[in-house]
Design a protein. Structure first.
Length: 191
């Protein structure tokens, strides 16, 4: 990706790793849409849509929305024209079946994933950050549940993408600016 534009990128990392902020910054720099499935679901809840009604309670509990429902959401979103030169997926895939779904969607196009940016932060730092933020949905029990679900369902994707040569591991326990420049370097160098 020598021209520093476009690209098909996935962001992986535990809840509270700062991945959302970094995703928006990188996507803007590359001129591709940042697609946050969490934001899409929160918007659906706020809009009172049928999708929102299905996912509201699940999201509040810290659990994951079902893979089939998420597959519909992501297929529809990636079919939009603004993803023609690439996309940055933040928060998808989060399970092995979701990774299969994404691979299936991309197999139908000419372009595979370019990078899986993995922002890692120690668990105690994540809990401390969440306590400091104290949003309504950041109750410590819910944070711990999200971390448990992350370890069980999402963490295994790290190995999958490492094996595919796509993983770009980033130490997320630094300032926003430092993490942003590590990500830029990793995406430019492909390592
Ligand atoms: P996030 O903002 O990415 O942390 O997502 C907030 C919540 O939305 C998660 O805790 C899940 O309940 C739900 N969610 C977002 N993305 C996914 C996904 N890929 N699979 C299942 N649930 C998701």
């Amino acid at each position: 990706m020598g021209d520093a534009s476009g690209g098909r990128i996935v962001f992986l990392g535990p809840p509270g790793s700062g991945k959302g902020t970094q995703a928006v910054g990188l996507a803007e720099a590359l001129g591709i849409p940042a697609i946050s499935t969490g934001d899409m679901l929160r918007e659906a809840v706020a809009a009172g849509s049928e999708l929102g009604a299905k996912v509201d309670a699940i999201m509040q509990s810290g659990d994951l929305v079902g893979d089939d429902l998420m597959a519909e959401v992501v297929k529809d979103r990636l079919a939009k024209d603004d993803t023609a030169s690439g996309f940055l997926l933040d928060g998808y895939p989060r399970t092995a079946p979701q990774a299969e779904t994404l691979a299936g969607i991309l197999a139908g196009s000419d372009d595979d994933l370019d990078h899986v940016v993995f922002i890692d932060v120690p668990e105690e730092v994540l809990v401390a950050r969440a306590v400091a933020r104290q949003r309504a949905d950041d109750k410590v029990e819910v944070v711990r549940e999200r971390l448990r679900v992350y370890r069980e369902k999402t963490q295994p994707l790290v190995d999958r993408y490492r094996d595919q040569g796509l993983l770009r591991p980033i130490d997320g326990d630094h300032t926003i600016e430092e993490v942003a420049s590590s990500i830029r370097a990793a995406v430019e160098n492909g390592a």
